[in-house]
Design a protein around this ligand. Structure first.
Ligand code: G3P
Length: 235
């Protein structure tokens, strides 16, 4: 693959609410992500639970929040503002993750709010049609994840390669310059290589790492799947 090395996250580790990733374990994974980026040249980000965001930032990681809320005024108890995530040192945010969907009518608002807070947006979608439509909001990245394959044993790149390929071409048509990640069931460097072959910029992953006996080894394997031309640079 001869494309130039991207500047946006290529490997995004979403910790979700996996209990094996809370607190100090989030910090250990954040440190592993930092080391992996230094060693491999792949741009690696981590999306921890909100309470663990500052710890992961302090560990030097590129931190993405898993979600924020549509906070319109300071009198909003129990709602997560994007401004406080930016203040905590996040580099970006996931928006519309399959496990935390927002209204279609709010997509533009969320992407604009992230942009105003100077955060990178990863806007999640469930299929190619949604990728094409939502990319028009101009997030930096669209991440396509078929809900039925999330947390499963078979990588989207094997189970449904067409959803990746179609998302890549649909986004290129509807919003040129917006990059595409794919996720759901990704487990290995071979899956990553396949994702890149299908035109993706990188991957979003959770269970393949969070439930692994040796998560750091899985992370290294995943990074090894990126083409060497994308792995030469350092941050
Ligand atoms: O955000 C990542 C995600 O939803 C994929 O989850 O467990 O299939 O890697 P998983």
């Amino acid at each position: 693959v001869a494309r130039a090395k991207p500047k946006l996250p290529q490997l995004v580790l979403n910790l979700k609410a996996y209990p094996q990733t809370f607190g100090k374990r989030a910090v250990a994974l954040a440190k592993a992500c930092v080391k992996l980026e230094e060693r491999s040249g792949v741009i690696v980000a981590i999306a921890p639970q909100t309470l663990d965001v500052r710890w992961c930032v302090d560990a030097g990681a590129r931190v993405y929040a898993q979600h924020f809320d549509k906070v319109l005024k300071p009198e909003s108890t129990g709602w997560q503002s994007v401004a406080s995530l930016a203040d905590a040192g996040c580099e970006g945010v996931l928006i519309n993750h399959s496990e935390h969907r927002i209204d279609a009518a709010d997509v533009d608002w969320f992407v604009r709010a992230a942009q105003d807070a100077k955060l990178t947006s990863i806007l999640c979608t469930k299929d190619a049609a949604e990728s094409a439509a939502y990319a028009k909001a101009r997030p930096q990245l669209v991440a396509v994840e078929p809900p039925e394959l999330i947390g499963g044993d078979i990588s989207v790149t094997t189970a449904d390669p067409e959803v990746v390929r179609r998302s890549v071409s649909a986004v290129a048509r509807s919003a040129p310059g917006v990059s595409v990640l794919c996720g759901a069931g990704v487990k290995s460097g071979a899956d990553v290589t396949r994702a890149i072959e299908l035109g993706a910029h990188g991957i979003l992953i959770a269970s393949g790492v969070t439930k692994a006996a040796r998560p750091v080894e899985v992370l290294s394997d995943l990074a090894s799947g990126f083409p060497s031309t994308w792995r030469r640079g350092r941050r």
